[in-house]
Design a protein around this ligand. Structure first.
Ligand code: HSE
Length: 434
């Protein structure tokens, strides 16, 4: 069935890295995209803040405007593509676009991971499509597979490397032995971090992406503030070297899982066995590892940021909407039919730890340390002692236990006279146990 439409008119908000690449693909590939969609796709308007700024894409003068509101209200526009980013004014523009009957494509992870319910509710109410493939892991197709291809499965875990900047830094630290600061400097030189690097380094960017992935995986809304978060700035070259010796890589992992009706979601640096497929994800690459009850383990790998990769996702969404406009179809709407996720209290999450202690090298110290673990019902999987003389280093890996019991164990260890300091503690993920 077709609706007899011969063109779908697109209004693009923002023409930065992602918007500019989107405009480029829409114009360069216009004929092919129109064939794929079954209807012509016209880039009708592009709203930018500063009309005098030089642009990478050449478009007729009448396409450009500085008034985003006139684009969302324009009755001749069918699809609004929001690439401004951030919560405001993107939220108000998207809600107004929905109310004006326009379909929406957005790559805005900040907005969806905080006010997703509001913007998706506005789209649902208005009967328009809202697609967001570009919001997580740039060019990796992950939203549609989670929403549609895995709709017949039960996802139990999603685990990903979803921040390219931190993966670049940790790759440098792993391959050259350099410090976090030196690797961050290199990332900055190459222009990888966000304007505010703490968005990457402290895990905010990964937490926003994980909230979106977890909402799709478990059909229940998870917001960015539900995600437990720790960044990578405390990872040292010594941690990396010790991880290597034990057969691990350190990665900033975003992990969400569901058990007994409760969801747990966290972003933190973690030791991952070298043989795990995610351990081989280097440089700025992203990857999402999904465990389905039926499908088993799946991995999606690719470039998680940048103009071209994100435009690939955004334009794919535009083509899907254009097909729907042409045929009178609809995209899959919000899949959070269970509404708000019931989050597992963080101290009840089941985790494993690698912990390094500086201890006095005296009789009974190992027994005292082991006694503290035993008292809190945390089982030790392995212990290594290094150093001779007055002080030694103990590196332990635990079996699975709750975060709360691990916290209590570490707090009590710090009170022992024989323990000088806890030098490092990192979660261990991706083993048969956790
Ligand atoms: N700053 C992000 C990253 C890209 O380094 O992966 C945008 O989400």
């Amino acid at each position: 069935m077709t609706t007899g439409r011969n063109a779908v008119r697109v209004g693009l908000l923002g023409c930065g890295i992602v918007g500019g690449a989107t405009a480029r693909v829409l114009t360069e590939q216009a004929a092919t995209l129109s064939e794929r969609a079954g209807v012509r796709i016209d880039l009708a308007k592009v709203a930018v803040r500063d009309l005098s700024k030089p642009r990478t894409v050449q478009l007729p003068d009448e396409v450009w405007t500085a008034d985003a509101w006139s684009v969302v209200k324009d009755p001749t526009i069918d699809v609004i593509v929001e690439t401004i980013g951030g919560v405001e004014p993107a939220r108000d523009l998207i809600i107004e676009a929905a109310r004006s009957g326009k379909h929406i494509v957005t790559a805005n992870k900040e907005l969806l991971s905080t006010l997703g319910e509001k913007v998706m509710g506005a789209a649902e109410q208005a009967g328009v499509d809202l697609l967001f493939e570009g919001s997580v892991a740039g060019g990796i197709p992950i939203i549609r597979p989670m929403k549609e291809s895995l709709a017949g499965d039960r996802v139990t875990r999603v685990m990903g490397i979803v921040n390219g900047t931190t993966n670049f830094i940790l790759t440098r630290m792993s391959e050259t032995g350099e410090t976090f600061e030196a690797a961050l400097g290199e990332a900055e030189r190459l222009g990888y971090p966000e304007l505010d690097p703490s968005a990457d380094i402290e895990g905010h960017d990964a937490a926003a992406k994980l909230a979106i992935l977890a909402s799709l995986a478990f059909n229940a809304r998870v917001v960015a503030s539900d995600v437990e978060r720790e960044g990578i700035s405390k990872v040292t070259p010594e941690d990396v070297a010790a991880a290597h010796e034990l057969g691990y890589e350190i990665k900033l992992l975003a992990v969400a899982e569901e058990s007994e009706g409760q969801v747990s979601a966290r972003v933190n640096p973690a030791m991952l066995p070298r043989l795990h497929p995610l351990a081989a994800v280097r440089d700025v690459f992203n990857a999402v590892f999904v465990v389905g009850a039926e499908a088993g383990e799946l991995m999606f790998l690719g470039r998680g940021a940048g103009g071209g990769p994100t435009a690939s996702a955004v334009v794919g969404d535009i083509v899907e909407i254009a097909r729907n406009v042409a045929t009178g179809g609809r995209a899959t709407g919000c899949t959070c039919y269970r509404d708000k996720a019931q989050m597992r209290p963080p101290h009840e999450a089941n985790v494993r730890y690698y912990v390094v202690l500086s201890v006095l090298d005296q009789p009974g110290v190992l027994a005292a340390v082991a006694g503290v673990f035993a008292a809190h019902e945390i089982s030790i999987a392995s212990v290594r002692q290094e150093g001779i003389g007055e002080e030694a280093t103990l590196a332990l890996i635990t079996h699975v236990g709750t975060e709360g019991r691990h916290d209590e164990t570490f707090a009590e260890l710090e009170t022992l006279d024989s323990v000088r300091s806890i030098d490092s503690r990192l979660r261990v993920v991706g083993t048969a146990e956790a």
